[in-house]
Design a protein around this ligand. Structure first.
Ligand code: HEC
Ligand code: HEC
Ligand code: HEC
Ligand code: HEC
Length: 495
């Protein structure tokens, strides 16, 4: 694709050069076997075959900064009251930190053994090439059965080669069965997927919306079990409205809001779905075009595997296709961000107040019948807000769709608040003003998050069970401690 745009935008000589180089790299990948059988989840094992890709992948270790979103946007703790995200939520960092962040997050709690909660095994699913290894070893249903702590000594290598490449051929491959299931459900024929599609679908294995579908099954010894299976709600389509319909039809909720009692939906990160609505996707520009630019070292071409913001490398990404200055492009992206921020702030403020006003209405004795419509508004309003911004760069990938959803979300939140004015007036609280939630501390206070206790328990877990997991993984040969050299250990609660 890149070649086509070069032809289109910059003239044919360049296009021919680029095409030759792509063919070279493709031949180089053709069928290198990294492992004879099964999934090679050690990223180091791929290095000897593909040193350039490995070295660039390893650079994701440098994106280590913690951006505590609850401190930056305290409204979030109110919006997610009663749910794990109100405890801890950071902006994404480099792929190298995926396993560490999952372990450090207060959301995964402080288990004391393999069967203690709070989270299911599914929470590992987008963190590691040990996931496809386990899927193959124990089967999909067994993998999705049990608590997160069940695999503490198995899932140890961060997102890497075998997440996106086949260990026998080293070609791009979908290692997550649920993406294939969802593609089929949404009408895609798997055999028609092109190589260029794969340059986005590799990312869609994780940068998508999903939920955990409760599924009963019987194991080979006849035991009845319940799995929480990662499922993409794509059967009605990929838009926020289509997914909302899907969830409403099965009366699904991620949790019940602690303050407003609303049956809530939590959007994960529908990055791929939103990207699909944007001008770049419509012009066949893939994720890899912007996030994995072509590089050259000692005359050898390779794709940069340091997945990061393309703004760190405008010259080799945007300017490959566009004839403008770096400065202009920085300004364009910054303006798009500011437009989103403005609408998003208004939306979060309205939604947070709607939760608090609904909480007050319940407290004063409002009835279920009086509240039903309001709770539906809150559910649908917050879903649209969350869907539109949860994947972080939607403001750039799909600005129109992002702003549309934020506008509609705002309208629905306002509608809930207008209805609440009437109810509050009926119960004698016409003057009610939602309490202050302008800092993380205040907002977490309203959400009832016992932060100090959660942190203390987590530290205890890190000093004990986590150490046992790592020792066991080393013994099993799944973890090579050297592979973690140079990795920092940061979190929102300790730096
Ligand atoms: C998140 C998905 C992802 C991960 C992780 C990943 N790759 Fe890739 N890889 C890709 C994509 C997408 C391409 C195709 C890039 C293109 O065509 O522009 C690619 C291309 C390649 C190629 C073909 C030559 C080239 O450079 O374009 C090789 C070889 C390769 N990767 C090796 C690796 C190795 C080794 C690792 C682990 C250190 C790794 N990849 C990790 C997605 C990934
Ligand atoms: C196996 C799951 C998985 C796959 C496949 C995957 N990602 Fe990610 N990605 C994540 C997770 C999880 C994070 C957040 C990691 C963290 O914060 O610890 C992330 C973070 C990122 C970031 C933020 C990096 C930073 O330094 O801020 C970018 C950019 C990104 N991914 C792009 C991509 C692209 C492009 C692809 C496809 C080529 C891709 N990802 C494939 C799971 C995945
Ligand atoms: C046309 C170029 C382009 C394409 C195509 C593209 N991105 Fe991005 N991506 C960007 C830009 C620009 C940013 C914003 C960076 C910033 O604000 O620093 C970004 C940011 C991101 C981030 C957030 C990084 C962070 O730390 O906040 C993720 C994750 C991401 N992209 C994933 C993807 C995935 C997955 C795809 C394909 C489904 C994709 N991108 C397609 C240009 C692109
Ligand atoms: C592989 C080629 C390619 C890359 C890389 C690429 N773009 Fe584009 N971009 C396009 C194409 C094609 C269009 C659509 C042009 C058209 O049809 O007028 C486009 C359109 C745009 C537009 C206009 C969108 C609109 O709403 O009118 C902006 C802004 C833009 N790109 C910014 C960027 C930025 C910033 C980056 C780097 C992060 C980038 N592009 C990377 C090919 C690319």
């Amino acid at each position: 694709m890149k070649n086509r745009y070069k032809a289109f935008l910059m003239g044919s000589t360049l296009a021919i050069t680029a095409m030759t180089l792509t063919v070279t790299t493709m031949t180089a990948t053709a069928t290198t076997m990294v492992k004879k059988e099964g999934v090679e989840s050690h990223n180091e094992a791929w290095a000897q075959h593909f040193p350039l890709q490995y070295d660039s992948w390893k650079q994701t270790i440098q994106s280590e900064r913690i951006d505590d979103m609850l401190a930056k946007k305290p409204q979030l703790a109110v919006l997610w009251a009663g749910y794990g995200f109100a405890k801890d939520y950071n902006a994404p960092r480099g792929h190298f930190y995926a396993v560490q962040d999952n372990i450090n997050s207060l959301r995964t709690g402080a288990p004391v053994g393999p069967i203690t909660g709070p989270m299911p095994t599914a929470c590992w699913s987008c963190k590691s090439p040990d996931v496809p290894r386990m899927l193959e070893k124990v089967g999909e249903m067994e993998y999705f059965t049990g608590k997160w702590a069940k695999y503490g000594d198995e899932i140890v290598n961060p997102i890497g080669c075998a997440d996106c490449h086949d260990s026998q051929t080293s070609e791009l491959a979908l290692s997550r069965p649920y993406l294939k299931t969802a593609l089929v459900a949404s009408g895609v024929k798997l055999e028609e997927i092109t190589r260029n599609d794969m340059r986005s679908l590799a990312c869609a294995q994780c940068h998508v919306e999903y939920y955990f579908k409760k599924t009963e099954w019987t194991d080979k010894d006849g035991n009845q079990k319940t799995a929480a299976v990662v499922t993409l709600p794509w059967a009605n389509g990929l838009s926020a409205e289509a997914m909302e319909k899907y969830y409403d039809e099965i009366e699904f909720k991620d949790w019940t809001h602690q303050i407003s009692k609303t049956p809530m939906l939590k959007a994960q990160h529908p990055g791929y779905e939103l990207y699909k609505t944007g001008i770049h996707a419509r012009s066949d520009v893939s994720c890899a075009d912007c996030h994995m630019p072509s590089k050259n070292k000692d005359g050898k071409k390779y794709s940069d595997h340091n997945l990061q913001s393309p703004l760190n490398d405008i010259g080799d990404t945007c300017l490959n296709c566009h004839d403008r200055s770096e400065e202009e492009f920085r300004t364009i992206v910054e303006q798009k961000l500011q437009r989103k921020e403005q609408l998003m702030e208004i939306g979060m403020d309205n939604l947070a107040k709607a939760h608090l006003e609904a909480g007050k209405a319940w407290e004063l004795g409002a009835t279920e019948a009086e509240m039903a419509d309001i709770l539906k508004d809150i559910r649908h309003g917050q879903w649209r807000w969350d869907y539109s911004i949860a994947s972080h760069a939607s403001f750039f990938h799909a600005p129109e769709e992002t702003l549309r959803l934020l506008a509609v979300s705002n309208e629905i939140a306002q509608s809930a608040r207008l209805k609440l004015v009437k109810i509050l007036a009926k119960y004698g609280a016409v003057e009610y003003m939602a309490p202050d939630f302008s800092t993380k501390e205040k907002a977490q206070g309203l959400a009832g998050v016992p932060l100090a206790k959660l942190v203390a328990e987590k530290q205890q877990f890190k000093a004990t069970l986590l150490q046992e997991w790592n020792q066991q993984a080393v013994k099993n040969g799944t973890l090579n401690l050297d592979s973690r050299k140079g990795m920092s250990d940061k979190s929102s609660y300790s730096n």
